[in-house]
Design a protein around this ligand. Structure first.
Ligand code: LRH
Length: 469
């Protein structure tokens, strides 16, 4: 038996799993779990990088204590965020949290200056105020000393990989979330960088599965581990999740977590006007393919409710919330989960109540509030399906769901009900599973993606849902 360690860090928590591989089966064992709590200082929100690194180290320690040979480790995170490294190799400040960008007008500034189509023609992805491109423009406009001193930009997973190996690389799938990647050049867009007068700090782009290196001697010594390879998996979490799914042309995927990432697999970025119109993304996948995708506000709504209600009721958990939501009525009209009101509200409960009130609905209890959120997500999923069908000209006949959000059986059932399609859900740890199989592909333990998907099919349980109405 051999093992591969996946460290999957999301916007609210991180998890480490060892994929144990033997007798043609893959079994995931959780070895570490930690919270990812951003820190607010002087009105800015930062990721707690030191704590994240500490937990990466703890994860490696826990994996190596399992008593099996751990061949490699790979880290994936949410998209767009990064750290800046100066010429001496030191980090410049703590990486900023993308949600701060909702209060920043740099995307509007950039669009006014260059034109939406001009930017899209070079980096054809969704316009989100927090894309790396706009974060960099914002730093530039604010005369950031950190940016002035920066010598290399490292996306979050690359940054943690750099601390382990000393290598400065960007992995392709993450690069496509920055809106600085030009698929025609298969490299950074020099035109965008020049136009916005950004420094030349982007690092070389490598494919998912690339072996970044082995642990630095100092790290290896501290951990008492030798020969552990550090691999860049599909280091953007959505890309890892999508790698775990066997998708055909008539499948739509939903990776359900803080965000619901919903889309279809395509070979080349779609440059259709409707992609801009509906603000869809063309993000990179394993094998330099793409996914046409909608970034929908997902279980963030429920996570925030839980956080709020736990202050007075510490025993509350996701299961209890789903139970409450299962027993209450549903309203005909659905709240718009994409509303600005849900981006970073002080109180999610108040935000949902007031959005519902605008529709003439007065939600009566916690169950109804949670249900309104989940119904809103499922309803939007159906809108996304229609957009994807019309842009690609495909007929979507089945839905594949992965991610922690599939533990919410109400969400899976409602997605099936609203789309009128069968849903196959699993594994819940789709991202870690995808991370692991790309490591295995990188090391030659698996020969191609279809072999990887056979292995996943044999190794995990899947839940099926069929439409009830
Ligand atoms: C989901 C995700 C998504 C967003 C980003 C900020 O975790 O990766 O793609 O764009 O976080």
């Amino acid at each position: 038996m051999i093992g591969f360690l996946a460290i999957d860090i999301g916007a609210s928590s991180g998890k480490a799993f060892v994929g144990k591989y033997g007798r043609n089966r893959l079994v995931l064992e959780e070895v570490h779990r930690f919270s990812n709590e951003p820190i607010h200082v002087a009105d800015l929100t930062h990721w707690n990088l030191i704590s994240l690194y500490k937990n990466v180290v703890e994860s490696i320690k826990a994996a190596s204590a399992m008593g099996i040979e751990i061949r490699s480790v790979g880290i994936d995170t949410w998209g767009v965020d990064f750290g800046l490294i100066d010429s001496s190799g030191s980090i410049q400040g703590d990486p900023r949290h993308y949600r701060d960008m909702f209060k920043d007008d740099s995307m509007d500034y950039a669009i006014k200056k260059a034109g939406k189509r001009w930017i899209f023609d070079r980096a054809p992805t969704q316009f989100q105020p927090f894309n790396t491109l706009y974060q960099l423009i914002s730093l530039k406009r604010n005369n950031s000393r950190y940016l002035e001193k920066a010598d290399a930009l490292l996306p979050m997973p690359s940054l943690l990989t750099y601390f382990l190996t000393g290598e400065k690389l960007t992995e392709f799938t993450f690069a496509t979330t920055t809106q600085l990647f030009d698929p025609d050049r298969n490299d950074w867009s020099e035109e965008l960088i020049r136009f916005f007068d950004l420094p030349d700090i982007m690092t070389p782009i490598v494919d998912p599965g690339e072996i970044a290196g082995e642990l630095l001697p100092s790290v290896a010594e501290e951990l008492g581990i030798k020969g552990l390879k550090v691999i860049l998996p599909a280091s953007h979490d959505t890309a890892s999740a999508v790698s775990s799914m066997d998708l055909s042309d008539d499948s739509m995927f939903v990776s359900a977590g803080t965000w619901c990432l919903e889309g279809v697999l395509i070979d080349k970025p779609s440059r259709n006007d409707d992609v801009i119109e509906n603000n869809l993304a063309n993000e990179g996948c394993y094998g330099r393919r793409y996914r046409l995708l909608k970034n929908l506000t997902g279980l963030w709504l429920v996570q925030e409710l839980l956080k709020e209600w736990r202050r007075s009721d510490p025993n509350l958990d996701h299961y209890a919330l789903t139970e409450m939501a299962l027993t209450v009525r549903s309203y005909e009209r659905k709240i718009d989960v994409e509303s600005e009101a849900f981006r970073k509200p002080r109180s999610m409960e108040k935000a949902i109540l007031s959005e519902a009130e605008k529709l003439g609905i007065s939600l009566k209890n916690r169950g109804e509030i949670v249900r309104a959120a989940i119904e809103g997500i499922a309803y939007q999923t159906e809108q996304t399906r229609k957009q994807l069908q019309s842009i690609t000209g495909r007929s979507i006949r089945n839905i594949r769901m992965v991610g922690g959000g599939i533990r919410n059986s109400l969400l899976c059932q409602l997605v099936s009900d609203y789309t009128g399609l069968p849903v196959v859900a699993g594994p819940a740890e789709g991202t870690a599973t995808g991370n692991i199989i790309v490591q295995m592909l990188g090391l030659g333990e698996l020969s191609d993606l279809s072999q990887a998907h056979d292995l996943i099919q044999r190794s995990f349980n899947f839940q099926e849902y069929t439409p009830k109405k």
